[in-house]
Structure formats: structure tokens, C-alpha cells
Design a binder for this molecule. Structure first.
Ligand SMILES: [Zn+2]
Length: 180
């Protein structure tokens, strides 16, 4: 929720602007409308021979659990550039982004994940500031019970399936809150 105008600093009220159909934060003084839209998370599945790069998270949420490198896209970069940047920041990994692989909408937290396949350019990886540990794992070594995020689990499963045939298929899907 937005309470103040980002243009003049006056109070903003939640109301439906003319011609719109959703409540927005509308400035009481200057009328500026502020829109809240989903954030894009970009990441990759970096591969070296038969191994996949995983990172153990040093930050919340899900500190201590494993995931694929990824994070919020920055202004002024492309999705693929962001995915490569995250691999560098989290694992000091130099990657070549090859294909878009999975896209997940997570409506309850208003995020969209875009995960790319990537080729590691060398196997010289080490933890960045947001990782406790990084490692190259074979299929048998993937810590399925210690993965941080559904998107990582699903992306890894698709990858291992597709690798058997050599036919990598881009997929999309939704991630909803776990049932309680
Ligand atoms: Zn204003």
C-alpha cells in the first residue's frame, strides 16, 4: 500500500481513477496516480558438463536452503543480463545465457520468475555475499529436501527430464501457496 505521493509528498488515497477498474494510490493534492505492478525475478540454471550450480542462501527468506542463482531484475538491464548478473553476484560464476527455460507466475506475492538455461564458462565458482556455499552437483547430489523455492524444484525437474532426450522445452506455470 502506498500512503504518500512520490511526486509532491502529499497524502495519497486508495480509489479507482476515472477510466480504471482497480483501486490505485491517487494523490489528494496533485492527482498523480501510483501503480503497483508485479516484480520480475530473473535467474538461471548454470550447467558444467553433467553438473548443475546450486547456491546455499545466506539471506532470508529460506536462509540455509539451496536454490538456483536468481534475484530481482534491475532497471536498465535485459532479463538475460539480469540472470547472468545474479549468477556472478551469488556464485562468482561466469555464464553464457542460452535459452529461456521456465516462466512462473506467483500471483499471491505478485512476482514473475524467468529462469534461463546457462552454460558455465569455467568451473571456478565461489560464494558471493548472498550465499553461504555454492556447489556443482550431479543429479544424484541434488538436495531435493533442502531446496528453498518451488520454482527451483520445478525447473530442476524439467531440466533433468529434458536432458534425457536432449529436447529442452520452454515451460510456463503458476505457483500458488501450499495448501494447509
Ligand atoms: Zn502529489
Amino acid at each position: 500500500m502506498i500512503f504518500f505521493c512520490n511526486r509532491c509528498g502529499a497524502n495519497a488515497s486508495q480509489r479507482i481513477p476515472e477510466g480504471d477498474n482497480r483501486e490505485r494510490a491517487v494523490c489528494d493534492a496533485c492527482g498523480t496516480i501510483q501503480y503497483l505492478n508485479p516484480k520480475i525475478v530473473v535467474g538461471c540454471l548454470p550447467v558444467w558438463e553433467d553438473k548443475i550450480l546450486l547456491c546455499k542462501r545466506a539471506i532470508e527468506p529460506r536462509r540455509g536452503l539451496w536454490t538456483l542463482p536468481g534475484g530481482f531484475m534491475e532497471n536498465g538491464e535485459t532479463a538475460a543480463e539480469g540472470a547472468a548478473r545474479e549468477a556472478m553476484e551469488e556464485a562468482n560464476a561466469r555464464v553464457e545465457i542460452t535459452d529461456l527455460y521456465t516462466v512462473y507466475s506467483i500471483p499471491h506475492i505478485s512476482q514473475v520468475y524467468m529462469m534461463f538455461r546457462a552454460r558455465l564458462l569455467d568451473r571456478d565458482v565461489s560464494p558471493g555475499i548472498e550465499s553461504l556455499e555454492v556447489k556443482l552437483v550431479t543429479e544424484d547430489e541434488i538436495p531435493w529436501d533442502e531446496l528453498a523455492f518451488t520454482m527451483a524444484r520445478r525447473t530442476l525437474k524439467h531440466y533433468l527430464e529434458d536432458r534425457k532426450t536432449g529436447n529442452f522445452i520452454t515451460r510456463f506455470g503458476d505457483i500458488v501457496p501450499p495448501e494447509r
